[in-house]
Write a protein that binds this ligand. Structure first.
Ligand SMILES: Cc1cc2nc3c(=O)[nH]c(=O)nc-3n(C[C@H](O)[C@H](O)[C@H](O)COP(=O)(O)OP(=O)(O)OC[C@H]3O[C@@H](n4cnc5c(N)ncnc54)[C@H](O)[C@@H]3O)c2cc1C
Length: 411
């Protein structure tokens, strides 16, 4: 028997387990997946919790419900990967797992401890985050009684998972405070290390215009150095200061410390791999999928989905001794909730930045690229159902894994 070992049963790991369980011959292959906790989080749903649209129960399900019969699931923190011995050591019972092929899908997480002043006595008081379920729930509670003032959303450093989530948070906050009748008592500011609203120029211009219409100010090129929690201000390396009444931070995102312990990670604990095949350049039997990989595309569930589509077919070639094809093009596809029952959609890859147009059917849509529409909002709402019922279970969607220029307007 050959052993395929998957580390991490989040979005990417679960999709890989389902896909390869369908494709691999069970007489020849044993698939094992390891994770440290039992709960699967629908992370895009965290965004809606602070505004009372979703509760915690809307975004959690048992991980085991999505792991197919025939795949062994082990619950334990992973201690270390030893690529030279093709083995992984677990914390629980010091168990050792051998592998022929390893898929790393341990994701990325926030590290508020890396910014002085952030995670101190004002944490979860006047300083909040929405990148964990606990944080989103605490922020919901805080917003229910918040009297208004200056709300600053600050991204500590890029890359972050779902780079549009802070923008969505601000636009939903604009909508939420309008609904509460308190928008005139709230100032919304986006302090970002980027020069504008988004990484790519055309999308940045479109999104910047929408933020302006909603009276959300962008403080660009703000590289935070520390927080002064008592004076309630964030301070940048070049000594710019922004005062706040409520700080919503997107703390430093880092891959799991396991990568540092295993000598596999870069300075942020992400693992370098070939950006088209996900194969490690150092180890010919190690692949990295999802947020854990150091590749120049967005850290997003949609990227993980397109990546798993490409990887699964390629893996079947690879184990038959064929060369892997450079199929993954960095395809990312994100709905951007913009409040008042509307949303935008962006679709891009390594080479093509988000452009206006229609998706997925050229000229027809029904979704509009880089434009606020109600249909895009419904796309985002539907996405949760698709995630639990189709995506995680490894079902094929009628969306091409590779980005297409059909339906896009190049202006
Ligand atoms: C607020 C927010 C909004 C988002 N919105 C969107 C969106 O609209 N669209 C979109 O496409 N994406 C969105 N995302 C991003 C998306 O959720 C992630 O990109 C996706 O879940 C990444 O999948 P992954 O498998 O790489 O990591 P994860 O799903 O995070 O899974 C990693 C798994 O590895 C396990 N693990 C890690 N280290 C260890 C260890 N040492 N031992 C054992 N187990 C370990 C973890 O327990 C976890 O289960 C959003 C994320 C957030 C936080």
């Amino acid at each position: 028997m050959k052993n395929l070992l998957i580390l991490g049963a989040g979005t990417a790991g679960t999709m890989v387990a389902n896909r390869l369980n369908k494709l691999l011959d069970h007489d020849e292959w044993k698939i094992t997946i390891v994770d440290q906790n039992e709960t699967h989080y629908y992370q895009p749903g965290f965004l809606f919790i602070p505004f009372g649209v979703y509760s915690k129960n809307d975004v959690i399900k048992p991980k085991r419900d999505f792991i197919p019969a025939g795949v062994e699931m082990i619950m334990s923190p992973i201690d270390v990967i030893e690529p030279e011995h093709n083995q992984v050591k677990l914390v629980k019972d010091h168990r050792i797992l051998n592998y022929d092929f390893l898929v790393i899908a341990t994701g990325t997480d926030i590290h508020p401890d890396q910014t002085p002043g952030l995670e101190e006595h004002e944490w979860r008081n006047s300083i909040h985050e929405f990148y964990t379920v606990e944080g989103a729930v605490a922020l919901a509670k805080h917003l229910r009684t918040w009297q208004g003032g200056r709300l600053v959303v600050n991204v500590v450093e890029n890359p972050i998972k779902c780079p549009v989530a802070p923008l969505e948070f601000l636009m939903l906050a604009d909508w939420y405070f309008h609904e509460q009748g308190s928008r005139d008592r709230v100032e919304l500011i986006y302090a970002t290390p980027l020069p504008g609203a988004f990484t790519k120029p055309i999308a940045s211009r479109h999104l910047g215009d929408i933020l302006q219409q909603k009276s959300i100010k962008v403080a660009g090129e703000f590289q935070i150095e520390r927080v002064d929690p008592d004076a309630k201000k964030i301070i940048s390396y070049d000594e710019q200061e922004i005062e706040y009444d409520l700080l919503v931070s997107v703390p430093l995102n880092m891959g799991d410390a396991l990568m540092a312990r295993s000598g596999l990670g870069d300075e942020l604990n992400y693992v370098p791999v070939d950006k088209h095949t996900f194969l490690s350049p150092k180890h010919s039997n190690i692949f990295v999928l999802g947020d854990a990989a150091s590749i120049p595309t967005s850290k997003a569930g949609s990227v993980a989905h397109f990546a798993v589509d490409c990887f699964s077919e390629n893996f079947m070639r690879y184990i038959d001794g064929l060369e892997m094809l450079p199929t993954f093009d960095g395809h990312a596809n994100c709905f951007i909730e913009s409040g008042f029952g509307k949303g935008l959609l962006i679709d891009f890859n390594y080479d093509v930045e988000p452009l206006p147009g229609r998706y997925p059917l050229p000229g027809v849509g029904p979704f509009a690229l880089l434009q606020e529409t109600e249909m895009n909002h419904w796309g985002k709402v539907m996405f949760r159902w698709m995630y639990w019922n189709l995506l995680l279970k490894g079902q094929e969607l009628p969306l091409p894994a590779r980005m297409t220029m059909a339906g896009k307007w190049n202006n």
